[in-house]
Design a protein around this ligand. Structure first.
Ligand SMILES: *Cc1c(COP(=O)(O)O)cnc(C)c1O
Length: 390
């Protein structure tokens, strides 16, 4: 066997290598321009190379990078206070934050917290089929995609899966061993499938009746993407634990697990830790991201531009439906059109999207995407679909 890459083959060979980005635009190593309607998988919500984030990073890099969690640093506590206010949709939610480095780590922290809070014998985490919660062994088991589990068996015990949006199925598995229910407000990787408000309200009620934690995975949906600060806010439920990551650093790795204070109090010093989590470079980026998002009213941008993008997509021959919330959208393609082939064609035409299912494209541009960029992207996509529809 010949090895052609110095990297492990966990990812398919890249079709393009990007060298530079600005706002919604990317340029490859040959200088070709692309419109980025994927945002690095819903990460770069403020657009590439945002000056406020770049300035915060360079200033922090000249000030202090790392001292370990044996000591306090800035601006982590300030970021945690802001996140608590965003979870409370403007008013303090009364919770506490654990910082980490990724979405999987945020969920891993939530799972450990649920086990510590639940106590011995009350440790099961219930999640939905079609969900995605990460790739560590525990979060892989929480991920409701059995095909992904098989080659890594045995996985950590204490996970159960239920049919998405089926309250009866959930009620059936809630026995005294269940510590928490973990759900996305919109299944992102699973195909951009939003929960209904009635479902999340029903889950909240079942959890309340049984003293089970409701943990919402906002790693992809959080921080304005769906048109609210957090996806759960569309349904009016108040979760006990909220995890986030992707958009929090606008490309700088950072994750966070927020929990109601009495739940967070289950953790004692020594229960959980991370070397890098909460360090000044990442939290300086997050501080700049949150301040910029608040100044721009990021959720309102997502709502407005999401409506424009949805309307434009629905007028394209070959697109039969558009689903999602805000600027986390999937365009369902007409029967017999292969989404992977269309995504590859779009890339060749200068538009970055991905095939979130075999028949649907995911569109998640920066929340700062302009009207002109939406129009340009949709006409590029229409031209690609005109070829594939033939
Ligand atoms: C991406 C994602 C994760 C995993 O985040 P990583 O940073 O890749 O570990 C977890 N949950 C959801 C909903 C995600 O979209």
């Amino acid at each position: 066997m010949t090895t052609t890459s110095p990297l492990m083959p966990t990812y398919a060979a890249p079709p393009v290598t990007f060298a530079r980005g600005d706002g919604t635009q990317l340029w490859d190593t040959d200088g070709r321009r692309y419109l980025d309607f994927l945002s690095g998988l819903a990460v770069v919500s403020l657009g590439h190379s945002h000056p406020a984030v770049a300035d915060a990073l360079s200033e922090q890099a000249r000030t202090l990078l790392h001292t370990s969690n044996l000591f306090g640093t800035l601006p982590g506590p300030e970021v945690a206070t802001t996140l608590d206010a965003l979870v409370g949709d403007g008013a303090p939610a009364g919770g506490q934050v654990f910082f980490c480095n990724s979405g999987a780590e945020a969920n891993e922290a939530a799972i450990k917290l649920a086990r510590k809070f639940g106590g011995r014998g009350r440790h099961v985490v219930v999640s939905a089929y079609g969900s995605f919660h990460g790739r560590t062994l525990a979060t892989l088991h929480a991920t409701g995609q059995p095909a992904k589990h098989e080659v890594f068996q045995p996985l950590p015990e204490g996970f159960r899966h239920v049919t998405w949006l089926d309250l009866d199925d959930l009620e059936r598995v809630l026995d005294p061993s269940v510590a928490a229910v973990l759900l996305e407000p919109v299944q992102g990787e699973g195909g951009v499938n939003p929960a209904t408000p009635e479902y999340l309200q029903g889950v909240r009620r079942l959890c309340d009746e049984r003293g089970i934690l409701l943990m919402i995975d906002e790693v992809q949906t959080g921080l304005g993407r769906t048109g609210r600060w957090f996806g759960f806010q569309h349904s009016g439920v108040v979760p006990d634990v909220v995890t986030m990551a992707k958009a929090l650093g606008n490309g700088v790795p950072i994750g966070a697990c927020w929990a109601r204070a009495d739940v967070a109090a289950a953790f004692e010093p020594g229960d959980h830790a991370t070397t890098f989590g909460g360090q000044p470079l990442a939290t300086a980026a997050a501080k700049a991201v949150l301040a910029t998002m608040q100044a721009l009213d990021a959720p309102a941008l997502a709502t407005k531009q999401g409506e424009r993008l949805t309307t434009a997509l629905l007028a394209v021959p070959g697109i039969t439906a558009v689903r999602g919330l805000g600027l986390l959208l999937a365009a369902e393609l007409a029967e017999s059109i292969d989404a992977k082939a269309v995504a590859a064609g779009a890339l060749a035409a200068g538009l970055v999207v991905n095939a979130v299912t075999p028949s649907a494209l995911r569109l998640a541009p920066p929340l700062t995407v302009t009207d002109d960029e939406i129009d340009e992207a949709v006409s590029l996509l229409a031209a690609v679909l005109a070829e594939h529809g033939r």
